[in-house]
Design a protein around this ligand. Sequence first.
Ligand code: ATP
Ligand code: MG
Length: 559
Amino acid sequence: MSDDAAPTDFVREKIRADNASGKYANRVQTRFPPEPNGYLHIGHAKSICLNFGIAKDFDGTCKLRFDDTNPETEDQDYVDGIIEDVRWLGFEPDDIIYASDYFEQLYDWAMQLVERGLAYVDDQDAETISEQRGGFTTPGINSPFRDRTPEENSLLFAGMRNGDFADGEKVLRAKIDMNHENMQMRDPVMYRIRREHHVRTGTDWIIFPTYDWAHGQSDAIEGVTHSICTLEFDSHRPLYDWCLEQLELPREKPEQTEFARLNLTHTITSKRKLKTLVDDGIVDGWDDPRMPTIRGLRRRGYPASAIRAFMDHIGVSKANSTHDIELLESFIRTELNTSALRRMAVLRPIKVVITNWPDGQVDMREAVNNPEDSSAGTRQVPFSGELWIEQDDFKLDPPPKYFRLTLGREVRLRAGYFITANDVVTNEAGEVVEVHCTYDPETAGGQAPDGRKVKATIHWVSADTAVDATVHLYERLFNDAHPGAGNSDIMSSLNPHSRETVHAKLEPALADVDPGQVVQFERLGYFAADSSDPTVFHRTVGLKDEWANIVKRQKQGSK
Ligand code: ATP
Ligand code: MG
């Protein structure tokens, strides 16, 4: 894409300005830097689209860098899963790299700071250090260890690395200013001791750099030009710059730019909180289709292209806001409307017996595969004297304005015939178990030759060739629009009815779906065949455009 055609936002504007001034000699390099302590969620997709999208727009590069500096929470499964998710979203990293590969360099640089009196070893515990940091209106307190000599500090720092001290016994801190107006600059911790097995470095290292010491330095080592992160790192930027300014770098320093994170209503975008849902068994795993994880959404049938289109649409800004989940869903629906084949499925079946149907006869009815795409063609759907229809599509005592099947009423069976209900069979509890109907053989094309009209068209599945399936119907996982807002407990907002499972009857063509394929069950919504068991379907999204209703209400409200 040329510069002119690229979508624009303040980050891209900054890059254009840097290119115009020759700051990085027209080089554009970004990175996506997840910590492998969980799987990616929809919020990460925004960062991925931005970082990889910029590299594409400016003929630059974007690497996937694992920020693996906290061994206690990190895992190889997360590393593998994150790589898979980034690729599924449609991006190929220019390289896959690890902050842990830089541990030696980071240590050398830290030692340089120690030797120049810019860092010191502190013997105080984390709590004391935190208390001494002061507040926005109160100055910090110098550590009693702040004035150790560079000689003493370099011996102690080397000792930290070599295992002379217990975990937590000592930390390395940058020596900046305990009265700095920015709290991040009050002698931040650079290294802590953790005897934890690290996924990549094993037991080679027992000291680990903090985010602040690892991130900017990793950017610099790789030659990142634009280090893009979310707004909460705004206050870290002076520290990011300070750390880099202390080093002699072969190139122009990378620069941090912050953008607003993605928030969605009814959705949690925090790996830590999502992990709680998995660990507590609230969901079936990270790929539970109710999860806003990339793997959950994929399993649910969200197309990667629709996620990217949504990210393009909402753009990138400098102010935090929350988007309606219905907007994301409308992008999913729009995409599936053009791509998904139509099929018939009955989720809550009730039997229809066509009493005047010739015994044993099976008709093949032609049905359109996708009215939005004529190249999708048609298929043959078997029709016989015993059919399944939705329980909802028949009522013994119809409410007002109910136009579907009821005794004495005629309706159209989609791609089938007109039928009229005449009688019912009930069980001992008085529930209808069979509806006896007659069909009009003259209505095979869906029209009556005498021009008489019906008010409803319902879907159906022929009973003897029906395919049995398990269908999961999903609702919001959280009832509250803003779960966890104001530090409320996210668990109190859980929707106990977020998943309903039904045993459905499907038309025979649905036996041939590919794992993961999304189809439209006519009149019901879009459903994805499970990736490992195609007799299981997940409701991706319903057919009703709830976003259109929200927009309408907003317009009415602003009048
Ligand atoms: P979490 O709190 O979910 O663990 P994180 O920011 O700690 O999120 P990282 O793995 O460190 O997760 O994030 C990798 C990158 O993704 C970072 O640059 C981060 O800023 C970005 N990111 C994380 N969450 C969002 C979000 N909701 N919207 C946009 N970008 C995000
Ligand atoms: Mg993080």
